[in-house]
Design a protein around this ligand. Structure first.
Ligand code: NAG
Ligand code: NAG
Length: 742
């Protein structure tokens, strides 16, 4: 760097204007004669923390990473400096007065004081010292954009450029040990008086300012205070290194301080800082401090209390329990607690318990009749985990579908106080985390929410709110006792997160892999025998997983060979066994089978030419769902075999289940269908559920006598495919028919 005025005099404002030019030059020349200043001081970071919370740990980790020696004062002391958000902090100065004594005469020592719960360091010790020397100050304070706590002092500050920060912030300063000590011990302060005011008054005293060579870091060369400054900073990357850039001052500050009420935003930025995440190297923080369980003997696995909460009617609860039982984790190290508030789900809970109770360490259920509130139940699980010395508490809501069975080992491995798998409603932005908070502490969308929710950025993200699935380390639980009831005016999960934030127990959401998803429990009809059958609109993915044949997609693959048992009759696997069973049961439960006569009051004109014993979809309220099924699953198959015919969405008025049995209607005489094409799904098994049956296409003299359960025929209607239903000779045969595009 060339010798110039700024170099000698420090911050630019000092030698602005022609008046100072001569003086400035004189100083420059004079300094050339003297030896260049000593620049090999020791640097010691001092901070005050009364407890080791995650904010503190994050700070210490960053300091260690960049080679700083840190001395911590006050650990274990009871904090008497008021809340950090309001006036106070005199206690800090009193702790420093004691702590700094041993250093007061050290000429070779530079001290940097910083807060620790909301500070992160982002560059090396050498870079920081180099920047400090350039100020040519004896004590340099962080600066900020607002004058606090005494606004009336604003006028007393020296002027700065429009882009610069004018006011002293006491969350960070760096200086020579002697001056720092003198300044800190300058006058008494009470623990509950304000530390920032203390330093401000010293700085605004021109005599003291000059005596101790005090300056402000008005351009955020070293210290960046984020309160009222979020609009002027951005994160930048250089390969695997991340840093903050201040667009207003053009500097890259090193000590980043989330001062004031913007903690959530600070912690969000801290996800990236200290090389935590960069665009090219991805999440580097995710690879640190890992707790790998793979080498452990089963009996040494940490004990997990899995607490599941069923607070409202939830679709696909059966799968919820199947996945719970299917987790890759020794059941002998799992305790299960189930809080069930919904009588509808008692059977599913009881089934799970009877099938697996013996395998788990312990299973406890609170039944709906007990009327234990969710809040109380959630707090109880925290207490219970503490009481039984469990290592982890996993709170899992009934809407969570864990499709990745490595959930527990995967989350435990990350070694975080609270961690959640990222879960979303499939295809939606609705998720189980908030990226930011608004001023009332409710949901706000963070700048990176979309990138995280859509897996554009993968990593571990410290966020202000999590719900639905949380893994909490056992040793963090004492801080979270009663957290669900701390604020009774908000939902238990909000109350819990408020406490976690306040206690600085970090909450991370993990989207490094796909863990599962959330079902949508809204407008879930519970008046049917098999409610999920009706749920194709709300939860299309879960509906597909339960009801669509596992080989369905194969027919749509490039070059797939589709079976053609008769001329222009195509045969596809389409629905699962479960679909067939639930579907038949649903219609049998409804029970109002038609008489199989020509008089049919359900039709316009009340006349059916080729009557069957059947029930129409609209009679059980499944018509709209069925049309969706035609559109999503049947239409693509049609387009793949009857090429060139497009009709989207498919129309169908006649959608019905037909029952054949010897003593009722055993067969159907040859007929044409009023359709462009017809589908016919076999719902049960020939040779097992019934004998005989099948379908014969008269024109081709071709019969299909071995229908396969869950498979569908598709054939043209009206003209070419005159057909008949063959006689069922024993048992009951069920088929599902649609006349598509009549
Ligand atoms: C887990 O994290 C804690 C800090 O919270 C750390 O002290 C510990 O060393 C980590 N464990 C491993 C195995 O890295
Ligand atoms: C129809 O096929 C059956 C056997 O599949 C055969 O016995 C019968 O003779 C055929 N009828 C005609 C008219 O071809």
């Amino acid at each position: 760097m060339p010798w110039n005025c700024e170099h000698i005099m420090g911050p630019k404002q000092v030698c602005r204007g022609a008046v100072f030019l001569t003086l400035c030059l004189a100083v420059t020349l004079a300094s050339l004669d003297t030896e260049s200043p000593k620049t090999d001081h020791e640097l010691l970071v001092v901070t005050i923390a009364t407890e080791e919370n995650d904010g503190f740990r994050q700070f210490m980790k960053s300091a260690k990473k960049y080679g700083f020696d840190v001395k911590v004062f006050g650990m274990g002391l009871e904090w008497q400096g008021g809340t950090m958000e309001s006036i106070g902090g005199g206690h800090k100065i009193n702790i420093l007065k004691e702590g700094l004594k041993p250093y007061k005469d050290r000429k070779d020592l530079i001290l940097m004081f910083v807060d620790s719960y909301d500070v992160i360091i982002t560059e090396s010790k050498e870079t920081l010292l180099e920047k400090f020397y350039k100020f040519n100050a004896r004590v340099l304070f962080a600066a900020e954009n607002t004058c606090w706590p005494d606004r009336s002092l604003a006028d007393k500050y020296p002027g700065v450029k429009e882009s610069e920060k004018r006011y002293l912030n006491s969350g960070g300063f760096i200086g020579f040990a002697q001056e720092v000590y003198e300044m800190v011990t300058y006058q008494p302060i009470k623990n509950d008086e304000d530390d920032q005011l203390f330093y401000t008054q010293i700085f605004l005293n021109r005599g003291l300012r000059h005596e101790w060579g005090m300056k402000l870091d008005t351009r955020a060369e070293i210290f960046q205070n984020l309160n009222h400054a979020l609009g002027e900073i951005m994160i930048k990357y250089k390969g695997s290194h991340s840093f903050m850039y201040n667009v207003k001052t053009g500097t890259t500050p090193i000590v980043i301080h989330g001062n004031g009420p913007i903690k959530a935003e600070f912690f969000r930025l801290a996800n990236y800082l200290a090389d935590g995440w960069t665009a090219t190297a991805g999440c580097q923080a995710c690879k640190e401090d890992l707790l790998d369980l793979v080498s452990l003997k089963e009996s040494d696995y940490p004990v997990v209390l899995i607490a599941s909460f069923i607070e409202y009617p939830t679709p696909f609860i059966r799968e919820f329990f199947e996945q719970l039982a299917g987790l890759n984790y020794p059941k002998s190290r799992i305790q299960i607690y189930i809080h069930n508030s919904v009588a509808l789900h008692t059977a599913a809970v009881e089934k799970f318990v009877s099938e697996h109770e013996a395998e788990y360490m312990r299973v406890v259920v609170t039944a709906p009749e007990r009327r234990v509130s969710e809040r109380v139940a959630r707090d109880w699980t925290v207490e219970e985990c503490i009481r039984t010395n469990c290592n982890y508490l996993l709170m899992l809501d009934s809407i969570v579908q864990v499709t990745n069975p490595d959930l527990l080992t995967g989350l435990i491995k990350q070694n975080r106080s609270i961690i959640a798998p990222m879960l979303k409603r499939p295809g939606k932005l609705w998720s189980n985390f908030w990226g930011a908070l608004n001023f009332d502490g409710f949901y706000a969308r963070s700048e990176d929410y979309m990138d995280i929710a859509e897996y554009n950025k993968l990593g571990l993200w410290n966020v202000p709110h999590l719900s639905n699935a949380l893994l909490i380390q056992g040793h963090r639980l004492p801080a979270l006792k009663g957290a669900h009831s701390a604020s009774l005016t908000v939902d238990p999960d909000m109350s819990f997160c408020q406490v976690a934030r306040k206690k600085m127990v970090f909450m991370y959401v993990d989207n490094q892999v796909y863990w599962g998803h959330l079902v949508n429990a809204e407008s879930f009809e519970t008046n049917h025998l098999n409610n999920e059958l009706f749920n194709i609109f709300q939860n299309p993915l879960d509906w597909k997983r339960r009801y669509i044949h596992k080989d369905y997609e194969k027919s749509l693959e490039e070059g797939a060979v589709i079976e053609q048992p008769c001329q222009d009759v195509y045969w596809f696997p389409i629905v699962s066994d479960t679909f067939c069973d639930e579907f038949v049961a649903e219609f049998e439960n409804y029970g109002q089978w038609s008489g199989g006569t020509n008089h049919d009051p359900r039709l316009a004109g009340a006349y059916e030419n080729v009557p069957t014993v059947d029930i129409h979809m609209n009679q059980v309220g499944l018509e709209q769902q069925w049309l969706k099924f035609l559109e999503v699953y049947v239409r693509p198959l049609q387009e793949s075999v009857f090429t060139g015919y497009f009709h989207n969405p498919p129309q169908a008025i006649m959608n019905f289940i037909v029952r054949y049995k010897p003593e009722e209607q055993p067969y159907l005489r040859p007929h044409h269908d009023a359709s462009t094409y017809t589908i016919n799904i076999a719902l049960n098994r020939p040779g097992i559920d019934f004998e005989g049956g099948g379908c014969r296409f008269v024109r081709y003299n071709c019969s299909i006598t071995s229908p396969r359960k869950g498979w569908m025929f598709m054939h043209p209607g009206r003209l070419t495919h005159f057909h008949e239903g063959l006689r069922t000779t024993a048992g009951t045969r069920y088929i599902m028919i649609s006349f598509v595009d009549p």
